[in-house]
Design a protein around this ligand. Structure first.
Ligand SMILES: Cc1ncc(COP(=O)(O)O)c(C=O)c1O
Length: 389
């Protein structure tokens, strides 16, 4: 999560916009789940570049795909057909197995959500979006408009581009009042990231699906953070057995190379017309080659099973020190803490373990790479046990 930041440590002459809070470590390189700092420290990474580094750092298959594609054709416009673009889309559709079989490649999470919302408004001709309290969808005009708290904290645009209603995240009965026949889109993170690695849960997701079907609203799953294997299933939609009309994915899809995707149901795809969406960099061959390699690696190295097993191991062993319980799913895990999570995070960093915080001041967020194993978790447990509760 980004907030108004203190000045960069030791970098008073920096030319970078001072908009990110900075951790007190400067990273030189990474390998697997390990970060190597400029001052010689070796840090165990449970933060994963904010949920991006699903395969960890420097994975050989990811590197090979990048190098191969860079040599063959680093970039080409969407106006020129390329096999790698088609192949990656087919791979993503097969991986998900959700029947969302049309893919639009784009660059970032916010841009994916921006396009998903636009399609819903165009398709329905309606004027309102519904989002959930504590949800986080990005910093562009539409994605920011459906992000909880954005208007009060950082939105910046003079007004929202459409009406927005926020529904409570844990009250299926309240949905009837919020989602109606004026609602074009309902957008939800099935497991909220910034909201505290908070599992929206199957009953609520089913209720959202039902209410969208009743009213004709388009259901959008924002799986930018919780998708692409992070729950231990291909997508949270698989994990909960609820399929949206549009699913957005990013972050771990590129393992650090910028790529995002919209996956569309047939009902949505059928209504697409030329020029409804567009992009220069989206669908670039390097991005597509990388997405294909990431999915291949998740499957061939059985990383979904690893996420499920190691996540269960964390829950079984890490309820120590200031930790009182868990929420979330797979490797989007919230550790509930007695003390403010920021204090626990700082204490862990002193012991060379990097973790994340969230919008909930008493939830420490773990977003590690899918290659994490039990020996890494043992190091986390031992460090937590030394922190007073
Ligand atoms: C759930 C969710 N949606 C959207 C975004 C925005 O993605 P990006 O920063 O790539 O625009 C994020 C980023 O953290 C996110 O966690």
């Amino acid at each position: 999560m980004t907030t108004a930041a203190p000045a960069l440590q030791g970098a008073l002459t920096s030319h970078l916009a001072q908009v990110f809070a900075q951790y007190p470590i400067e990273i030189a390189h990474g390998e697997g789940v390990w970060l190597y700092a400029r001052d010689g420290r070796k840090i165990l990474d449970f933060y994963g570049g904010h949920a991006v580094a699903g395969l960890g750092y420097g994975h050989p298959r990811w590197l090979a795909a990048l190098e191969r594609q860079a040599r063959q054709m680093a970039f080409q416009t969407n106006a020129l057909p390329m096999a790698v673009r088609e192949r990656a889309a087919a791979r993503l559709v097969r991986f998900a197995g959700l029947g969302l079989d049309t893919v639009f490649w784009i660059n970032s999470g916010a841009e994916a959500n921006e396009n998903a919302l636009k399609l819903a408004f165009k398709m329905t001709g309606r004027g309102k979006a519904v989002a959930l309290e504590q949800g986080w969808h990005g910093r562009t005009a539409a994605a920011g408009a459906v992000t909880w708290g954005a208007i009060e904290k950082w939105y910046g645009f003079p007004r929202r581009p459409f009406d927005v209603a926020f529904a409570p995240r844990n009250d299926p009965a309240a949905l009837e009042q919020h989602i109606d026949r004026d609602t074009a889109a309902v957008i939800v993170e099935p497991v909220q990231g910034v909201g505290g690695a908070y599992d929206i849960g199957k009953p609520m997701l089913q209720a959202l699906r039902r209410r969208c079907d009743e009213t004709g609203a388009i259901l959008i799953f924002d799986e930018v953070q919780c998708g692409v294997g992070r729950t231990g299933a291909p997508f949270a939609a698989n994990f909960y057995g609820v399929t949206p009309d549009i699913l957005t994915a990013a972050k771990a899809l590129g393992n650090g190379f910028p790529v995002s995707a919209l996956m569309l149901s047939r009902r949505v795809a059928k209504q697409l017309k030329a020029d409804d969406m567009g992009t220069t960099f989206g669908g670039g061959p390097m991005a597509c080659a990388v997405a294909e390699a990431v999915i291949d690696t998740i499957e061939s190295e059985s990383l979904l099973a690893n996420v499920r097993d190691v996540s269960a191991y964390i829950r079984a062993h890490c309820c120590v020190g200031p930790v009182t319980g868990f929420q979330g799913a797979g490797f989007l895990l919230g550790l509930k803490t007695t003390r403010p999570a920021r204090e626990v995070q700082a204490a862990l960093l002193e012991k060379n373990i990097l973790t994340g915080t969230s919008g909930d001041p008493h939830v420490l967020r773990l977003l590690p790479a899918y290659i994490l194993n039990e020996s890494h978790v043992d190091l986390l447990c031992a460090a937590l046990a030394q922190i007073p509760s």
